[in-house]
Design a protein around this ligand. Structure first.
Ligand code: MG
Length: 293
C-alpha cells in the first residue's frame, strides 16, 4: 500500500537521501546512497526486504494506536465513522448536511484530514460543531497516532458521534485502522461504475457505501446497479444507500444508520458502566467488611 505509492511513511525512515523522482536512465552504480533491492523496489535507499520490514513496523505501530483509540472510544461511548472516498465525492457537503440535521440530538465533532488547507474544518465549524484539521503534507491518509492526538483538541464527546473525514484517496486510507467503528466509503455517480472493482481494497474495508450526487442521474449515464454489483463482488456484506447532499434525498436513511450505530455504542457503554459500578460496589463491600464496618 504505502510502500507502493511512496507516501510519507517510508519517506520518513532513516535513509540517507530521498529521490522523489526516480529515473532509470542513469547508470546503476548508485554512488548517492540509493540502492535497489533485487525486485527494483522503488523506495530510495531501501532494499525490498527492508521495505517489507518497514511496512510491517508501520502497520503494527498503527494497529497499536488504533486499538488504544478504540478503547478510548468505547470507554466514552463515542460512535466513530471514518469517511473515505476520492477527492470531490462530496464528503464535506454530506457532513455539513448530517451535522445540521443531528447537532441538537447529541455531541458531534469532526476530525478533518487533508494534505493542505483548513478549508474543510472551517466549513464544519460554520455548520456549528467543533472540528480539528490535520494537514498530512505529503501523506495520502490519516494514521491512528495522529487521530489520537487530534482528540486532545476536541471537547468531550461522550455518547456522541465523531466523524473522521479522511484524505481524499481511494487507495491508502483502506489499510489504516484509526480505531473507528466503521469505514464508510462515498462514491459519487460521476466517478464511474467501475470504481469498486478498480479499488477493491477500499470497498472491501467499508461496511457502508454511500452513492452520492444522485440528483445528477438524469444528466449523466450511470448504471447504479453496476456500482452495487461491483461493490458486492468485492465485499458481499457491504450495505449501500443512495444519497444527495444537495437535495437531501436519501439522507434520512443515512441518519437512521448513524443513529442506530450510536445507540448500539451507547448500549455497550451503559453496560460497561453498570458492570464497573457493580465491581466497585463489591470492592467497597469487601473493604467495609475488612475494616469491620
Ligand atoms: Mg472534504
Amino acid at each position: 500500500m504505502c510502500g507502493i505509492c511512496g507516501c510519507s511513511d517510508t519517506v520518513t525512515t532513516d535513509r540517507p537521501e530521498t529521490h522523489a523522482h526516480h529515473h532509470h536512465d542513469h547508470d546503476h552504480a548508485h554512488h548517492h546512497g540509493h540502492t535497489h533491492g533485487p525486485e527494483h523496489a522503488h523506495a530510495a535507499g531501501l532494499s525490498t526486504a527492508r521495505m517489507v520490514q518497514v511496512e510491517q513496523d508501520i502497520m503494527s505501530t498503527n494497529q497499536r494506536h488504533a486499538d488504544a483509540n478504540r478503547r478510548q472510544f468505547a470507554e466514552h461511548g463515542i460512535f466513530v465513522v471514518n469517511l473515505v472516498s476520492s477527492p470531490g465525492s462530496g464528503k464535506t457537503s454530506l457532513l455539513v448536511k448530517t451535522i445540521e440535521a443531528m447537532k441538537d440530538e447529541m455531541p458531534l465533532a469532526v476530525i478533518e484530514g487533508d494534505q493542505q488547507t483548513e478549508f474543510d474544518a472551517e466549513r464544519i465549524r460554520a455548520a456549528g460543531v467543533p472540528s480539528w484539521q490535520i494537514n498530512t503534507g505529503k501523506a495520502c491518509h490519516l494514521d491512528a497516532h495522529t487521530v489520537g492526538h487530534a482528540l486532545e483538541h476536541l471537547p468531550p464527546l461522550d455518547d456522541g458521534i465523531l466523524f473522521i473525514e479522511n484524505v481524499g484517496n481511494l487507495v491508502c486510507p483502506a489499510g489504516f485502522d484509526l480505531g473507528e467503528a466503521h469505514k464508510v466509503v462515498i462514491l459519487s455517480v460521476t466517478e464511474g461504475e467501475d470504481k469498486p472493482l478498480k479499488y477493491p481494497h477500499m470497498f472491501n474495508a467499508a461496511d457502508l457505501m454511500l452513492v452520492n450526487k444522485i440528483d445528477l442521474l438524469p444528466y449523466i449515464s450511470c448504471d447504479m446497479a453496476r456500482i452495487l454489483a461491483g461493490a458486492r463482488q468485492v465485499n458481499p456484506r457491504i450495505e449501500s444507500l443512495p444519497v444527495s447532499a444537495t437535495t437531501g434525498e436519501g439522507l434520512e436513511a443515512w441518519l437512521a444508520w448513524l443513529r442506530n450505530g450510536r445507540e448500539q455504542m451507547r448500549g455497550g457503554h451503559m453496560e460497561t458502566m453498570l458492570s464497573r459500578r457493580d465491581a466497585l460496589e463489591r470492592e467497597l463491600a469487601a473493604i467495609d467488611a475488612r475494616i469491620g464496618k
